[in-house]
Each structure stands twice: as structure tokens, then as C-alpha cells.
Design a protein around this ligand. Sequence first.
Ligand SMILES: [Mn+2]
Length: 220
Amino acid sequence: MISILVSDIHLGSPHSNAEEFIKFLNELPAEAGLIINGDVVDHWHRDLEGISLQALERLKAESYKRKVIWVRGNHDSKYKLEDPAKIEFADSYHIGKRLYIAHGHNFDNVMPPHKGFIIFFKMLHNLRIKLFGAESVHVAHYAKKYPRLYAVLTRHVIKKAIRYAKQNGYDAITCGHTHFVEDKTIDGIRYINTGAWTEPPICYIQVTDTKIELVEVKET
Ligand SMILES: [Mn+2]
């Protein structure tokens, strides 16, 4: 049994690589189950159109061919699909005791009480576009230019994720949410973050009976 896991597609965001996501779905191995670890859509209250809508329809179609689990994130926690096809929704998921899967916003005490963190970066970012004609990128993409500040968020999520896995007897834990790809082992627990489809590198996790592997999608 193979499980393929991705997170943070953010369909509907101008930075989401919906086209690459459709290609990715087209190339999934026939026998694989698909787990999407949150933030499939960027806005829970906005209707998708164009390529984003195509990607969502493609995902729904996939659920008739294979098991598709949609683990909810902070961007899609309230999102309701009129026709969810055979997609199964969950707040978290796990593959035995080998891997615990949660979007990660519940391990994040930094962002919710400090909305200013995001607002500050959005302001800076918009100012740069206005003043210097800078290229528009996703806010997380821009915030990474300030690695010390960004690390406050990622380190916080890792710490709580590792603690959760340890307390609950899991060997490994995977999150999205921070949009920052990582694969590290701390305290004997492996932590993998699958990043986001709003900026490179785009990654997925492949879980086989013997291995858990973080793989980069080669964009074509
Ligand atoms: Mn996200």
C-alpha cells in the first residue's frame, strides 16, 4: 500500500500552481491513496474558477479511483463542497503509529494571536510592489526573506508537533501550514513539512510499507 501526501495547494490564490497539481494527479501511481494535509483552497468562502476549479474537479474525480483524504487546514476548515464526491474529510489522520498527519495550525500559537505578523509582512510586501515594482509573491514566500523572524514560526510548530508525536507514540509527524519544506529528526521523532504549492520547492511524501520519503516534484 502506497500513500502519497501533499499539503497547502491554496487553489484560488494567484500564486497556486494549479496546473502542476493537475499534472501531479495525472501521474499518481494507480495503487496509491492520496492524503491532502490542509489548505486545499485559499478562501473557504470564495468560488473557484478557471484552472483552480479544474484542479478541484480533478481532485473530486480522483476520489472515485482511489481513497482521497482531505485533512482540514486553517484556510479550508469551514469550506463546504456542494458535491464532495467520495472525498473523506478529517481533522487529522495517521498511518498506524508510523506517521501522524495534521495541518499544523493547532501547533501554531504564534500566528493566531499575532495576526500582526502577517499584516506587517503584507504591508511591507505591498509597499515593495508599489515602490519598486517588485514581483508579487505569496506572503509566506516574502516573509522567508526574513529568516530569523520566519524561524520563530517554523520552530514553534516543530516543537509542538514533535511533543505531540512523542506523547502519543508516533514515530513521525507531518505538517504543512508554515509553507517551509523541512525533514528533520529531533528527540528521535521525525518531522516533515511538505511546504506549499505557492512557491518552489513543491514536495510530496511517499509512504510505502518500509519507507517514508520526502520527494520534490520536478516542474515541467
Ligand atoms: Mn497554507
